[in-house]
Design a binder for this molecule. Structure first.
Ligand SMILES: CC(C)(COP(=O)(O)OP(=O)(O)OC[C@H]1O[C@@H](n2cnc3c(N)ncnc32)[C@H](O)[C@@H]1OP(=O)(O)O)[C@@H](O)C(=O)NCCC(=O)NCCS
Length: 148
């Protein structure tokens, strides 16, 4: 069966946290905001990919995009980003933002463009990821949400 992103279920959270931990990505707020997360399951049920959409005011924040090293370069990351963007469209959000230190080129390929940090909406600027989770050197990127 082709692996692809699907809405996360409550019991996927621990597996997803394990994956984030192994890749040195922060776990803060992930379980608390699990409602708009997506995962990729291996056939045996293991979580091999994760991505989350946090809603902040009228906009979304994409975070925790991570794929198990053994499952990379087969489009799973792209499928997770696409699922989060589709959810953002369903929620009628305006834009989806993200902060990244070393995956700027990856997200450019997913249609995100760099945006001045100080121009982020207030609700995004108040998020944990913005205030604490990402270093001040992280680049802010934005993609407008299009109706589907
Ligand atoms: C970024 C990540 C999610 C991509 O997952 P993936 O399933 O391999 O992604 P896709 O299959 O959709 O795309 C793979 C392509 O992206 C490229 N790519 C992967 N990471 C990249 C990065 N940091 N910068 C630029 N390009 C990157 C790969 O080289 C590959 O290119 P190719 O198609 O020319 O071979 C994965 O590499 C990962 O988990 N990285 C560690 C966590 C991380 O940095 N997350 C993003 C910030 S939150």
């Amino acid at each position: 069966m082709t692996l692809q992103a699907e809405p996360a279920r409550p019991h996927d959270v621990n597996d997803a946290l394990d994956l984030l931990r192994r890749l040195d990505l922060p776990e803060t707020d992930v379980a608390e905001r699990w409602g708009h997360y997506f995962v990729v399951h291996e056939d045996d049920g293991r979580v091999v990919g994760v991505a989350g959409l946090e809603v902040h005011g009228d906009d979304g924040l994409l975070r925790s995009v991570a794929v198990n090293v053994d499952y990379r370069r087969q489009g799973l990351g792209a499928s997770l980003v696409e699922a989060a963007l589709a959810r953002a469209a369903r929620l009628e959000l305006r834009s989806v933002y993200l902060l990244t230190t070393d995956a700027r080129d990856y997200f450019s390929r997913q249609g995100f463009t760099e945006s001045p940090r100080e121009k982020a909406p207030a609700a995004i600027r108040e998020s944990w990821e913005y205030t604490t989770g990402c270093p001040s050197t992280a680049v802010l990127m934005r993609r407008e949400v299009t109706r589907r």
